[in-house]
Design a protein around this ligand. Sequence first.
Ligand code: HH2
Length: 266
Amino acid sequence: MGIVNVTPDSFSDGGRFLDPDAAVRHARALVAEGADLVDVGAESTRPGARPVSAAEEQDRLLPVLERLLADPPCPVSVDTAKPEVADAALALGAHMVNDVTGLAAGPALARVCARHGAALCLVHMQGTPATMQAAPHYEDLLGEIRGRLAEAVATAEAAGVAPDALCLDPGIGFGKTVAHNLTLLKRLDALAPIGKPVLVGPSRKSFLGALLEAPPDQRLEGTLAACVAAVWAGAHLLRVHDVAAVRRAVRVAEAIRDAPDGEGPP
Ligand code: HH2
């Protein structure tokens, strides 16, 4: 999943793709690099980001979607938690909603997805972007995240979203310390009992900055290592900025993972 941020303030690429034609060019370039889907977002969810109104989000998003969906190069996901924004995007032909709040506001967004027959990604977030990094705390990190995502799955299915149209994301950086993020990447298998594909988004995030003491534009190697580790731990989808590099790293990691173990006959 390639990231297209149509925002002035996203943490690593804010302001670069505010112009709709630039955003569409970027989406098509990510597909040329090997993205299987693109995720278009118009509200930054970085820690402390200013919330935007539904009208402002649509003003940024819809011109991009109109152009992209006129001739979609791949399925298109929309990164929004607002039912009215999702409704407008899906009416234009978007295929999926990526909800970083994991239906925190209730089933309305899931009902919109159900009505359009769209896919839905449910992300775990503790708190809100304004507060989530203040003091993240869990008594049982894996159990709490699995429990919250299982509840969100039940809400989505009760609202009519098809069981095979859901995927889960533990929400790297969404109310998590560096240590929480590392454990989640290592233990993605903890979400397997819910029985849905797992998406994960470590790309250029601040836990990499903390480990490497590097700004967002110098976190490629860290992103590659995190993506390889995530695939090894069972991730099915990766949400990334650097599609070509991640595809190459993952291709090698998967080849090693799937290689014969060398004991006994080949
Ligand atoms: N992370 C971000 C946004 N959306 N969606 C999913 N499913 N998983 C994630 O980890 C995730 C996400 C934040 O990253 P980015 O879009 O690069 O930045 P910003 O929120 O500042 O626009």
